[in-house]
Design a binder for this molecule. Structure first.
Ligand SMILES: Cc1cc2nc3c(=O)[nH]c(=O)nc-3n(C[C@H](O)[C@H](O)[C@H](O)COP(=O)(O)OP(=O)(O)OC[C@H]3O[C@@H](n4cnc5c(N)ncnc54)[C@H](O)[C@@H]3O)c2cc1C
Length: 399
């Protein structure tokens, strides 16, 4: 791609100079000149009032030998040396894909002092682990992690890469896919092998969740996707399994990292860490007003759980969107899920149906939520929740 100025047409108005976010345009002899700092972003093209700047996109024919790409990889996201559950969920599903494709399953672990995670990755099904360690990976850094994962792919050429659709995964996945010139299916809710082609069939909601689309990546490698946490279950680790650990040296140089971490401010406390929570207490429109969510928070607090919400409560402005459970919110899989004043719409259930136990509180005995609940309490949330809190507090005090 390139951006060029037609000197004959340039009127020297300087509009492009201020429009360039990278300061890459200078004026010479009354004409705009593009310097080496140009990133070809194209911001100047629309600004030029006389159309003297053009952007050309050269279509490169990408030829790869797809047979060179083998194996299913799972990126094990970690923070402070603790792996996020989604990596292990994907190892379990990745194992099935790898077996179906008759290929190896590998875990990718990048971090600072994270070699203790290799044992568990193998115990959860990986045949091998690619491990890259260094102080530059102490905290997630877009540049350091992108460079490293790109390098691993270019060197070892996997056929498939699964990553969690987490904040970091959603940042890292598309960047790496772009660098290795492949596609990425984001935010998947299901995976399978397409019988006709043997390719991974990535399923994800599309058009605001109104349809489910299944996407194939036939021409490029690796086939990449991010998958929502809690869509798949983790397998129990089997520490008798063995595997190979391949230590790869980091190629990240200090000057490669363009950002500086100044401070970490945790806005999300345990109450909104829904994806890792073992107990979730969710409230819906049946909580009637925002103040009543204090009861949801209190119950979650007594149980040491997180706070969830239906979309109706989010849309009403009663709860922030990061608490929303469902098709267009978070997919959760706690041991116990309390649905308080939630009707059980299909889009809500899509995000919590893998919970081990569902407890529903609703004043309507015919509410749909009771059809999937293990325990149902027919009653007013304003009476049932305080009674539950009181009893649980007594149990806590009694030890
Ligand atoms: C494309 C699309 C995507 C969507 N994505 C999501 C999503 O991600 N998550 C989601 O939640 N929804 C989603 N929705 C919306 C979904 O269809 C429902 O509208 C929503 O889940 C309803 O929320 P609710 O159960 O809180 O409210 P309602 O359906 O209004 O149910 C309220 C319930 O509270 C009960 N109730 C009322 N008062 C009391 C009381 N005092 N005590 C006890 N019970 C009481 C009522 O009997 C009722 O069952 C989506 C919809 C679409 C079209």
């Amino acid at each position: 791609m390139s951006v060029e100025v037609n000197k004959d047409e340039c009127i020297g108005c300087c509009a492009c100079v201020s429009s360039c976010p990278f300061g890459a345009i200078v004026m010479e002899d009354g004409k705009a000149v593009i310097t080496d700092a140009c990133t070809v972003c194209g911001a100047c093209v629309d600004t030029c009032p006389v159309g003297a700047i053009t952007q050309t996109v050269e279509k490169k024919e990408i030829t790869i030998n797809k047979d060179d790409y083998k194996g299913v990889w799972v990126y094990i996201e970690q923070s402070a040396g603790k792996a996020r559950n989604v990596g292990y969920e994907l190892l379990n599903e990745g194992r099935k894909l790898a077996d179906g494709m008759k290929q190896d399953l590998a875990a990718i672990i990048i971090g600072d002092h994270v070699d203790h995670l290799t044992k568990e990755a193998i115990a959860r099904g990986a045949n091998k682990v690619y491990l890259v360690e260094g102080p530059e990976f102490k905290h997630y850094s877009t540049d350091a992690y992108t460079i490293t994962l790109t390098d691993l792919i270019n060197t070892y050429k996997p056929a498939v890469i699964l990553m969690g659709a987490t904040t970091d995964g959603r940042d890292l996945g598309p960047r790496v896919a772009c660098r290795v010139t492949t596609g990425l299916t984001a935010d998947c809710t299901d995976l399978a092998i397409d019988e006709a082609t043997g390719l991974v069939a990535w399923t994800r909601p599309a058009f605001g969740g109104n349809i489910m689309a299944t996407i194939l990546c036939p021409d490029h490698r690796p086939q990449m996707g991010t998958i929502r946490p809690n869509v798949f279950k983790r397998a129990e680790p089997d520490f008798s399994l063995t595997g190979e650990v391949i230590k790869v040296a980091s190629k990240v140089k200090t000057e490669d990292i363009r950002t500086k971490l100044i401070d970490i401010i945790r806005v999300c406390t345990a109450s909104c860490n829904l994806e890792e929570a073992e107990i979730i207490v969710s409230g819906g429109r049946g909580m009637c007003k925002p103040e009543n969510f204090a009861l949801i928070e209190e119950l979650a607090n007594v149980l040491g759980g997180a706070v969830g919400s239906s979309r109706a409560a989010v849309d009403a402005g009663w709860m922030p969107a990061l608490h929303q459970v469902g098709q267009t919110g978070k997919t959760v899989g706690p041991k116990v899920y309390f649905a308080c004043g939630i009707s059980g719409a299909i889009q809500h259930v899509a995000g919590m149906s893998s919970s081990d136990i569902v407890v529903a509180i609703n004043k309507d005995p015919d509410a749909t939520i009771f059809t999937i609940a293990n325990y149902g309490i027919v009653g007013d949330v304003m009476e049932v929740i305080p009674a539950l809190i009181e009893e649980l507090k007594k149990i806590k005090i009694a030890g």
